[in-house]
Design a protein around this ligand. Structure first.
Ligand code: FAD
Length: 390
């Protein structure tokens, strides 16, 4: 029997087939070359210089809308998509967010709810990273309760005219197309908004202490006039946006484990090299307990993500199960990062190591795509049959 793999004592990789491992390996290699050497600097500066080039490189890698079929998308499995999210987020949650918002929110919305013209016009360019998308649901006064949104779309002849504001929109300032959800006389509807339309602007949100290697913006819609065909034809109500969020949340279930793995491995290496009281700190029982608990939660989170991925590939994944995965894996990932930070001592707060960056990033991940509290209520409802949202 071969020696235990210190990075993966449970041999989680043995649960993956050849193609799944190949996807993970190729995304990991891409990140090692194109992201890891630069991302701490992007985080520190609060910007990704060359974000458009990065989007094109991600397009060439094949990860933009990789779980969608046709229109230049790779048509890969849910597990393969999840593994890509894990590897991307092992580099930085901001880079995974770029890919999630592009593929699972903007592209998925157009793929699932758009007209054939919308799909033809946008999806091939978005899959290639030639066009960047964003997804505008949240507003200054409507976060967890999107039904209270105020952005409104009114008919003017055959046209639509949109007025309102969206807040905290990933990719907003660099997007070529925005999927915007708005109230109409017929309920909430989705609109495909080219960002060069008059009346549309997307000022950058600054002063973030989390997800700094990610573009976050406000969307201002000031009399944005669109042709009648800009609206998604069929879908009405929150079913539209919630279906997209479910897709993106699924990627987060995996992605959070990437940040956790990176923090855990950093702590393992550090503990083996750092000597105090004449021996590596990895030799102290308290450090070993931390490492053991971190690995246990990582392994459990990975197994949960894989279980949900297998259900999704079988067409049987329920939204409550996605909530369960997002709630557990983000909560445990942030705990793993915080524990890793203590093992690194003072170095734990430095951007020389990825740990504090991951921990800070995960504060956003804990809140976006449904807060930890909202997912707790979803799981609570699944367990009791009683809704406690209002
Ligand atoms: P609120 O809804 O005001 O919640 C505040 C607190 O109250 C939370 O703890 C919440 O859980 C709690 N709370 C609310 N209602 C209840 C209740 N019924 N029971 C118990 N507790 C409750 N949005 C987009 O549309 N597109 C994006 O691309 C996007 N990207 C984002 C990127 C970043 C970096 C961040 C931070 C956010 C992003 N968001 C995006 C917005 C995100 O989805 C919202 O922040 C999230 O839905 C929470 O809304 P809120 O911030 O308004 O908080």
């Amino acid at each position: 029997m071969s020696a235990v793999d210190r990075r993966d004592p449970a041999d989680l990789t043995s649960l993956l087939d050849h193609e799944e491992r190949a996807v993970a390996d190729s995304v990991r290699k891409f990140c090692a070359d194109a992201v890891d050497p630069y991302v701490a600097d992007w985080f520190e500066r609060g910007e990704i210089p060359g974000v458009r080039d990065l989007a094109r490189e991600l397009g060439s890698l094949g990860v933009l809308g990789m779980h969608l079929e046709g229109y230049g998308c790779a048509g890969m499995s849910a597990v393969q998509y999840g593994l890509a999210c894990l590897e991307l987020e092992a580099s930085d949650s901001g880079i995974r967010s770029l890919v999630s918002v592009q593929g699972s929110l903007a592209m998925y919305a157009i793929h699932r709810w758009g007209s054939e013209e919308h799909r033809q016009e946008w999806l091939p360019r978005m899959a290639a990273g030639e066009a960047i998308g964003c997804f505008g649901l949240t507003e200054p006064d409507a976060g967890s309760d999107p039904a209270s949104m105020r952005t409104r779309a009114c008919r003017d002849g055959d046209d639509w005219v949109l007025d309102g504001r969206k807040m905290w929109i990933t990719n907003g300032s660099v997007a070529d197309v925005a999927v915007v959800w708005a109230q109409t006389d017929d309920g909430v509807r989705g609109f495909v908004v080219p960002t060069d339309t008059a009346g549309f602007s997307a000022p950058l949100i600054k002063h973030k202490m989390s997800l700094r290697a990610s573009v976050t913006s406000e969307l201002v819609l000031d009399g944005v006039r669109l042709p009648g065909a800009a609206a998604f034809p069929e879908v009405r109500g929150l079913k539209g946006p919630l279906s997209c969020l479910n897709e993106a949340r699924y990627g987060i279930v995996w992605g959070a484990m990437g940040a956790a793995r990176s923090a855990l491995q950093t702590a393992q290496t550090y503990a083996g090299e750092r000597t105090q009281f004449g021996r590596p700190i990895a030799g102290f029982q308290l450090t070993q307990q931390k490492l053991a608990d971190m690995y246990l939660e990582y392994a459990k989170g990975f197994l949960l993500a894989l279980h949900l991925g297998r259900l999704k590939d079988a067409g049987e994944l329920r939204s409550e199960q996605v909530s369960l995965g997002k709630l557990n894996n983000v909560r445990e990932a942030i705990e793993i990062c915080r524990t890793a930070r203590t093992i690194l001592g003072a170095n734990g707060i430095s951007l020389e190591f990825p740990v504090i960056r991951h921990a800070n990033n995960l504060e956003s991940v804990l809140t976006y795509e449904g807060t930890v509290e909202m997912h707790t209520l979803v799981v609570g409802q699944a367990l009791t049959g009683i809704a406690a949202f209002r």
